[in-house]
Design a protein around this ligand. Structure first.
Ligand SMILES: Nc1ncnc2c1ncn2[C@@H]1O[C@H](COP(=O)(O)OP(=O)(O)OP(=O)(O)O)[C@@H](O)[C@H]1O
Ligand SMILES: [Mg+2]
Length: 365
C-alpha cells in the first residue's frame, strides 16, 4: 500500500531540513534561499515502533523490519501559487498525489534566515497556504463542472453524483472554508476521495521552532496550537535543525543528546506517529526466527485484505489467520507459550485486524 505524507509550506521554512532528517540523507538540498527545492524529493522512512523490538527479542528474530511511510518534500508555495506564481501549479500537482499534508510553519526567529514575507507569523503563513489550496480547488472544481455538463444532462449517474459533490465542495470553499469540513455521506465517500481536492487532505501542522525551544515550543507554536485546535487539526513541535543533527548521530549518542535537550524521543517519531493517527493507520506484526516485521493497514481492515499487504496471493487464497494479541504474545513469552495458554486464535475472513496483532496467515496457492 504505502502511505504518502507531503511536506508543504512557504519557501525557506525548513521543509527540506526536516525531510533530510526524516530520511537520514542529504538527498534534498536545504539552504537559506527561497525556492531552493523545485523537483519533489521522495523518501521512505522506517516507522519507529518499540513493540517490534520487544517482539523480536522474545522470538529471537535475526532481522527487524519496520513498516515504512513515504515522505515527499514539496517545493515552497507562495501567495498566488494557484495562479501559477512561483511555479505554483506544478507544486500543487505534487500535493494532489499525497494522502496527507504535513504543513511546516516557521516558528523560529533567526535574522539570517530569509522569510519570504519579511516577518515570522506562522498563523498568517498557514492562512496564506490554505488560501492558495482553496483557490486551486475552486479553479479545478469550476473546470470539472464545465467538463461534465453534457454527461450530467445525459443523466449519467456517476456524473450526477460528481456534480452534486463538486457543488457541495464549491459552496464551502466560496465561504472561505476548506473542503474537508464537508460532512460526506457514507455512500459518497469513495467518489468524494476520487475528486482529489487539495483541501480535503488531512492536515497536520509542524511547528519548526528554534534549537532551544524543541522541548516546550514558544509563543509562535502556542498560537499554532490554538489555531489547530479550533480547526480540529493536530500539531507537533519540532526543531528541524536539531532533528537534522540527531539524525547524524549513532543511536546511543542520539539518546544522550535528546536527554540533554530535555526530550523524551526524537521529534521525528512523534511526527510519524501523528501522521499515523491522522491517516487512521495501524500496525500488525509477523514474527519468526528469521525476521520480525511490521505492516501498515488502515483501521478496520479485515484479515484477508491485511494479508494482501504482504502479497496479493495471501489475500486471494486466504484461509485463516492465526492470531495472537500483542499483550498476550508478551505475557506468554512468545508463540509457543501463547499456544499453550490458548491465546492463539484462528480467525477467518471477517476478522477485523487489531492494532498490534501478531499474525500468521494460512493460504491456498
Ligand atoms: N529550526 C530551525 N532553526 C533555525 N534555522 C532553521 C531551522 N530549520 C531550518 N532552518 C534553516 O532555514 C533555511 C531553509 O531551510 P530549508 O532549505 O530546509 O527550507 P525549505 O522550506 O525546504 O525551502 P524551499 O521552499 O526554498 O525549498 C536553512 O538555512 C535551514 O538551515
Ligand atoms: Mg526545500
Amino acid at each position: 500500500m504505502g502511505f504518502k505524507m507531503g511536506i508543504v509550506g512557504l519557501p525557506n521554512v525548513g521543509k527540506s531540513t526536516l525531510f533530510n532528517a526524516l530520511t537520514k540523507t542529504a538527498a534534498a538540498q536545504a539552504a537559506n534561499f527561497p525556492f531552493c527545492t523545485i523537483e519533489p524529493n521522495v523518501g521512505e522512512v522506517g516507522v519507529p515502533d518499540a513493540r517490534l523490538d520487544k517482539l523480536a527479542a522474545i522470538a529471537g528474530s535475526k532481522q527487524i523490519i519496520p513498516t515504512r511511510m513515504t515522505f515527499v518534500d514539496i517545493a515552497g508555495l507562495v501567495k498566488g501559487a494557484s495562479k501559477g506564481e512561483g511555479l505554483g501549479n506544478q507544486f500543487l500537482a505534487n500535493i494532489r498525489e499525497v494522502d496527507a499534508i504535513a504543513h511546516v510553519l516557521r516558528c523560529f526567529e533567526d535574522g539570517d534566515v530569509t522569510h519570504v514575507e519579511g516577518r515570522v507569523d506562522p498563523v498568517a503563513d498557514a492562512e496564506t497556504i490554505e488560501t492558495e489550496l482553496m483557490l486551486a480547488d475552486i479553479e479545478s472544481i469550476e473546470k470539472r463542472l464545465q467538463n461534465i455538463v453534457r454527461k450530467v444532462r445525459g443523466g449519467d449517474k456517476e456524473a450526477v453524483q460528481q456534480e452534486r459533490l463538486l457543488r457541495q465542495a464549491l459552496s464551502v470553499l466560496e465561504d472561505g472554508q476548506p473542503a474537508r469540513v464537508v460532512d460526506v455521506d457514507e455512500d459518497d465517500v469513495k467518489a468524494w476521495k476520487m475528486l482529489q481536492l487539495l483541501t480535503t487532505k488531512p492536515i497536520l501542522y509542524v511547528c519548526n521552532v528554534g534549537e532551544a525551544e524543541a522541548a516546550d515550543g514558544n509563543d509562535f507554536s502556542a498560537r499554532v496550537g490554538e489555531m489547530a485546535a479550533a480547526q480540529g487539526n493536530s500539531h507537533v513541535i519540532i526543531s528541524a535543525q536539531i532533528e537534522e543533527e540527531i539524525s547524524q548521530l549513532e543511536d546511543d549518542e542520539a539518546e544522550m543528546f535528546l536527554s540533554e535537550m530535555g526530550l523524551e524521543e526524537a521529534g521525528l517519531a512523534r511526527l510519524i506517529r501523528a501522521g499515523y493517527e491522522l491517516l487512521h493507520l495501524e500496525t500488525y506484526f509477523t514474527v519468526g526466527p528469521k525476521e520480525a516485521r511490521a505492516w501498515t493497514i488502515k483501521h478496520g481492515t479485515a484479515a484477508p485484505q491485511a494479508a494482501g499487504v504482504i502479497h496479493g496471493d495471501f489475500e486471494k487464497g486466504f484461509i485463516r489467520a492465526e492470531t495472537i494479541a500483542y499483550d498476550d504474545f508478551l505475557t506468554c513469552d512468545g508463540e509457543q507459550g501463547a499456544k499453550e495458554a490458548g491465546k492463539m486464535r484462528a480467525e477467518g475472513k471477517t476478522y477485523v485486524v487489531k492494532d498490534g496483532d501478531v499474525l500468521h496467515f494460512l493460504f491456498n496457492t
